[in-house]
Design a protein around this ligand. Structure first.
Ligand code: PLP
Length: 408
């Protein structure tokens, strides 16, 4: 099958893509914010509610067993997908933000002290900054920041930001503002050499290349289901098993408890230890289905499609010279941030929307980055495996038309 035929085949599985928006065919290029869902994922959620809705783990009846099995099969699918050694290393969270907060509360708040350092990079999403600021406020630890080159890559001497005081490194694998892929393998090695733990924010990496956490050897890794063709409100925290079991509990109540008495309460081991209350069952089932669907496409095709999209976008960035394109580094995903000093990115986004082209405008939850670069934000077009050549053609046409309207 050719690449074009393959993308056409993939597109058929996404009902939402086949609609007109403001009279034009929808061109959905806001995949870094959230991806669309294939029919298989939508059907898996409906069939849970239509056929086996029940609470999990605690029911001694047929439907409860079906729901529990489906939920735990999703855990197995995720373990396999991200290359974790143990299924108990997969914790269900509400998403990337929730996973980072979990580690901040259940590990950093109790393990860090005055003068310890937490290292992040300038391009981090707010979700990977603010929890650490809260930890610093409580513990007296200090937040250190790796600066960026103008192309969005970490500065050449980034290793010098790690020292004997560094106790935690928490970095994004791929920037949601620039699409730049950061050298995470090297960072894991450097962090461990210094005796620090490392958390990887894989929100923008998970749908672009295999994570292989055991091989990567990171201590924690987080991502959101909704950026991987799964439902919103569900995400994953991977943690090394011995570390998870040594961490404090975070939220309490429900299945995370072993025994409660007024003298004291004992808790389960991971993963249940971190999954308080009734879980997001349909979200977990939908995410498992998303991973099965995505794995069926296969990394080889996913990579080929993305390389082709990057190729198509080379002509767009070359043709639309009125825009500044950020993050043109060697190692990047098909995510494009652009701006012009002649008009506001929000106005450009609005004009694109009127032509059926959905992109994101604003600070993309990376305000410190734009402050450092004296900017207020950008317009951002981000691709997923269903975006075809027609989408890039429409993007280019709409950009040219909008810019003409804005600057005459
Ligand atoms: C790099 C990065 N980290 C964290 C997040 C937060 O993800 P969520 O809102 O799903 O928790 C995002 C979302 O855009 C992101 O791009």
């Amino acid at each position: 099958m050719s690449l074009d035929q393959d993308i056409a085949h993939i597109r058929k599985e996404f009902p939402i893509l086949h609609q007109k928006v403001r009279g034009a065919s929808l061109v959905y290029l806001d995949n870094a914010a959230t991806t669309q869902k294939p029919q298989a994922v939508i059907a898996s959620i409906s069939s849970y509610y239509e056929q086996y809705n029940a609470n999990v783990h605690r029911g001694a009846h047929y439907l409860a067993n079906l729901a529990t099995d489906a939920m735990e099969k999703s855990r197995d699918a995720i373990q396999h997908f991200i290359g974790a050694t143990h299924r108990e290393e997969i914790i269900f969270t509400q998403g990337t933000t929730d996973g980072i907060n979990l580690v901040a509360h259940a590990w950093a708040m109790t393990h860090l002290k005055i003068g310890d350092e937490i290292l992040v990079a300038l391009s981090e999403h707010h979700a990977n900054i603010v929890p650490w600021q809260q930890v610093c406020k409580k513990t007296g630890a200090i937040l250190k920041v790796i600066p960026l080159n103008p192309d969005g890559t970490w500065v050449a001497d980034w290793k010098t930001y790690i020292n004997a005081q560094t106790k935690l490194v928490s970095v994004g694998w791929v920037s949601n503002a620039t699409g730049v892929v950061h050298p995470i393998h090297e960072m894991v090695e450097q962090a461990h050499n210094a005796g620090a733990k490392i958390l990887v924010d894989a929100a923008q990496a998970v749908s672009h290349f295999p994570l292989q956490v055991a091989q990567l050897n990171c201590d924690w890794l987080v991502f959101s289901g909704h950026k991987l063709f799964g439902p919103t409100g569900i995400g994953v925290l991977f943690g090394k098993l011995d570390l998870l079991n040594a961490m404090e509990v975070y939220r309490t109540g429900g299945e995370m408890i072993k025994k409660v008495s007024f003298e004291g309460t004992t808790f389960q081991e991971a993963p249940l230890k971190f999954e308080a209350g009734t879980p997001h069952i349909q979200g977990i089932i939908g995410l498992g289905e998303a991973i099965r669907w995505f794995s069926n496409v296969g990394w080889e095709w996913i990579h080929k499609i993305e390389m082709q999209q990057i190729e198509w976008m080379k002509s767009v960035t070359a043709e639309v010279k009125a825009l500044h394109w950020i993050g043109e580094s060697e190692r990047k995903t098909a995510l494009y941030s652009f701006w012009s000093p002649q008009f506001h990115h929000a106005d450009l986004g609005e004009l694109l929307d009127q032509q059926g082209v959905a992109i994101r405008t604003g600070h993309h939850c990376t305000q410190p980055l734009w402050d450092a670069w004296n900017m207020s934000g950008t317009a951002r077009a981000s691709f997923a495996l269903y975006n075809n050549e027609e989408d890039t053609v429409q993007l280019q046409k709409s950009l040219i038309k909008s810019i003409q309207l804005l600057i005459g």
